[in-house]
Design a protein around this ligand. Structure first.
Ligand SMILES: Cc1cc2nc3c(=O)[nH]c(=O)nc-3n(C[C@H](O)[C@H](O)[C@H](O)COP(=O)(O)OP(=O)(O)OC[C@H]3O[C@@H](n4cnc5c(N)ncnc54)[C@H](O)[C@@H]3O)c2cc1C
Length: 429
């Protein structure tokens, strides 16, 4: 029984790797990678934003590292927040000492004297967890910027991902004793060469039956068999796994999808993104990995510095900065992937003193339609209906935009392993 795997991102490839039966992978682009693609322009390589390898699942992290063999190195995070023209250590709550004294006082006072009620949305959660000042000064503006919606319209699902610092750390941070937050990603791995797509290549080297340039156009089911049509080929499968964004999957299902399911899917919110490459003709900011900016003056919420990942991301003697700018999903590609977005990004970097005009020797921009799932207040209810529907149809959903969960590559791989086990067991039975 052949398994049809729709989509050749990390989820589809990892699934194929763990399957103990025949499979075919159908990928619409001319190479595999999806969100783990690395772009190249005149010797400058850049990922879809900062893409580091880290995980709280030690087995999966080891698996990823082993897969890359010699082509891997371990790095220490050096992230900063750009706050009112100064660097503050990341995460913000661990860097309070860098603020001016009045602001440190406000943050500490509101953190310790916090009578915000138990939260029912993300905005309330910030107030409840960090107090008014830390929330108003940084947390809320940053979150409004990245999500493009009011955090009051976001549910509590997201909160699970945000580590909560111990009280002692906040006090230490306010008086200037070093602490570390988000320790699960303090150290990370990254390929020495080839950007994050090297991880994808490492999978591909161990797989067969990958069909690129194969955009799935139609899916139907008859007599317990799945029929899949691409622009140039027809396939039939005993079981089907879709890693395609759920919005794309319902468009190609030749099935009467109930209106309630269509409505639930169409009500899901997500953000698109522009990733802007700024190539520099010299090595700059080699002590930084990433910089977070809450100020609306900067289009980007995050800037990554190539040297923090690997020297091979830029030609010898050069370096680069790649910026991430989120957009509402209804903003058309032409507006996102535009010269205006590049120019504004470069302008801000110059204005804030990070680069000079003469440093810039290359720029590029890519539009990423499906970048961030947004957990709004209807999220859990909608997903329950959607999952039940696809379970009934017997289409297995796998991956970030297929399952519509904010997951990183490590969880994609872990989920692929779990699904492979289920499909392998089914065959044996
Ligand atoms: C800005 C950003 C930063 C991130 N940072 C990190 C990080 O630091 N560390 C980390 O581990 N993860 C990170 N991630 C998450 C990680 O990139 C994703 O979780 C992972 O790549 C998702 O893989 P996937 O295979 O599930 O989905 P995708 O990569 O979306 O794969 C889906 C595939 O389906 C293909 N496809 C779509 N439609 C069709 C069709 N009709 N026919 C055939 N094929 C089709 C697509 O081309 C794509 O290749 C980040 C993501 C973003 C957006």
């Amino acid at each position: 029984m052949t398994v049809g795997i729709l989509g050749g991102g990390i989820s589809g490839l990892a699934l194929a790797y763990f399957l103990e039966q025949d499979y075919e992978i159908l990928e619409k682009d001319n190479s595999c990678g999806g969100l783990c693609t690395t772009f190249e322009k005149n010797g400058f390589l850049y990922d879809i934003g900062g893409h580091i390898m880290f995980s709280s699942n030690k087995d999966i992290l080891k698996f990823e590292v082993d897969l890359l063999g010699e082509n891997i190195h371990k790095k220490r995070r050096s992230n900063k927040i750009w706050y009112k023209g100064c660097f503050v250590k990341y995460p913000f709550e661990n860097g309070l000492h860098a603020l001016d004294k009045e602001e440190i006082f406000e943050c500490l006072r509101d953190y310790l004297k916090n009578d915000h009620p138990k939260p029912s949305n993300l905005k309330e959660w910030f107030y409840y967890t960090f107090g008014t000042s830390i929330s108003d000064k940084y947390m809320l503006p940053y979150n409004e910027k990245i999500w493009k919606i009011d955090p009051a319209e976001m549910g509590m699902e997201w909160v699970e991902r945000i580590p909560k610092p111990p009280v002692e750390d906040i006090i230490k941070s306010a008086i200037g004793i070093e602490t570390e937050g988000y320790t699960h990603q303090l150290y990370f791995y990254y390929p020495k060469k080839g950007g994050i797509q090297s991880l994808v290549r490492a999978f591909e080297n161990k797989l067969k039956n990958i069909y690129t340039n194969s955009e799935v156009k139609a899916i139907s089911k008859k007599d317990n068999k799945w029929y899949v049509q691409t622009q140039n080929s027809a396939h039939s499968y005993g079981s089907l796994v879709s890693t395609l964004p759920i919005f794309e999957l319902i468009k190609i299902l030749k099935q009467d999808v109930p209106e309630s399911i269509k409505d639930a899917i169409n009500a899901l919110r997500y953000n698109s993104m522009a990733v802007v490459l700024v190539g520099l003709n010299k090595i700059k900011h080699n002590s930084l990995t990433a910089m977070y900016v809450h100020d609306k003056d900067s289009l980007a919420h995050r800037y990554c510095f190539s040297t923090g990942f690997s020297d091979t991301l830029a030609p010898p003697g050069c370096s680069s900065i790649f910026a991430e700018v989120t957009f509402n999903s209804n903003i058309p590609k032409e507006k996102v992937e535009s010269k205006e977005v590049i120019d504004k990004t470069v302008f801000w970097l110059i204005k804030e003193g990070f680069i000079e005009r003469a440093d810039v020797c290359e720029t590029d921009i890519k539009y990423i339609k499906y970048a961030y799932p947004v957990y709004d207040l209807n999220y859990t209810r909608s997903m329950k209906i959607i999952y039940e529907y696809f379970d009934r149809l017997e289409i297995n959903l796998l991956g970030r935009f297929a399952q519509f969960i904010y997951i990183n590559s490590d969880v994609c791989i872990a989920n692929a392993k779990k699904l492979a086990k289920k499909l392998n067991t089914k065959v044996m039975a």
